[in-house]
Design a protein around this ligand. Structure first.
Ligand code: HEM
Length: 299
């Protein structure tokens, strides 16, 4: 009885394998050099033939475009044929991933940016950018939403961490002389990233609409009055027709004092404008690292 059942299973498998072999599953390339299934079963055994058929099927090869054997060539193919992995170079110089060279500060800065993006989107579900709700939304999040306090603190401490690590990253790049040609352009992109990281931090400060944020932004935007050419109290400001109602401070606040318009502007810059700009510059930054020959070597 047992023998008959296994014989039946064997026949059913054989039937399907022959169907596959006839071209139901096989790609055109394999179709050309079809093997006789019975011969194959003899040499590879049934599991081997099933593996062979699956790996050579059109469905499989449409997902996995190269062999899964572990060779230098297939390792490289695994990287370049994957949309996420191809962002990394297929090969890196030995010193490049060394912690003692980069301190991983650029990588950690990027990681915190990703954490901030994810937690920031989650925070948006609980926040209304208006003077009446903003503060109480944050209190409600802390006290009534499960893991709300954790979410808020992840975002807040993540922001502090990003500002600290971006400075350390810049310091490392300076100390290893990595700003020198051919990397001088990437240094400039880095400076832009630094400025936008600080702006992200600054605009986020106002959003809880608490005393700390309110007065920090009041002082910060008051300084904008003295911007050369663009602030009404700055050099050439008056000459260029700047007043308290048309200068850079007015543009930042959407008015002449920190109020509802300033909160809305800070929110839109913080959640949409600045992250978009930073993402674009990050793409250029990472692309440049590759084009400049990977992470620089020792001095
Ligand atoms: C959002 C901010 C930034 C992120 C996420 C970031 C990310 C990275 C990463 C991941 C690397 C690879 C090497 C490493 O990890 O050290 C790198 C390299 C580099 N970064 Fe940044 N970076 C940022 C800001 C800056 C700033 C502020 C500067 C300088 C003003 C800068 C200049 C450079 C340069 C010149 C390189 C090439 C270094 C080398 O080849 O050794 N970056 N960056």
């Amino acid at each position: 009885m047992r023998g008959e059942i296994s014989d039946l299973i064997g026949r059913i498998c054989l039937f399907f394998l022959i169907q596959m072999d006839r071209g139901l599953w096989l790609s055109d390339k394999d179709d050309k050099d079809k093997l006789d299934m019975r011969e194959l079963i003899k040499t590879k055994g049934l599991p081997g033939v099933i593996k062979h058929s699956i790996e050579n099927s059109q469905i499989w090869s449409s997902f996995f475009r190269h062999s899964l054997k572990d060779t230098p060539k297939t390792r490289m193919q695994a990287i370049v044929s994957n949309v996420f992995l191809h962002l990394h170079p297929a090969k890196v110089k030995r010193h490049a991933p060394l912690f003692k060279f980069t301190w991983c500060m650029g990588g950690i800065t990027f990681f915190t940016f990703l954490v901030l993006t994810i937690t920031g989107v989650a925070l948006m579900f609980y926040y209304h950018p208006n003077v009446r709700d903003a503060y109480w939304d944050m209190k409600g999040l802390e006290n009534h939403v499960p893991f709300g306090l954790l979410l808020r603190n992840l975002h807040r401490w993540g922001a502090h961490l990003m500002v600290i690590t971006v400075w350390f990253h810049m310091f490392r790049v300076f100390m290893t002389g990595s700003y020198k040609p051919p990397r001088e352009f990437n240094w400039v992109i880095g400076v832009v990233l630094l400025v936008f990281t600080l702006l992200l931090s600054f605009t986020g400060y106002l959003l809880p609409w608490d005393q700390l944020g309110f007065w920090a932004v009041t002082v910060g935007t008051n300084m904008a009055r003295a911007t050369p050419g663009m602030g009404h109290e700055g050099p050439f400001g008056e000459l260029l027709g700047m007043t308290a109602y048309n200068d850079i401070r007015f543009a930042l606040l959407g008015g002449s004092m920190v109020g509802g318009n300033a909160l809305l502007r800070a929110y839109i810059w913080h959640c949409i404008g600045l992250p978009l700009i930073v993402s674009i510059f990050l793409i250029v930054h990472f692309w440049r690292i590759r084009k400049d020959g990977g992470i620089s070597g020792k001095l």
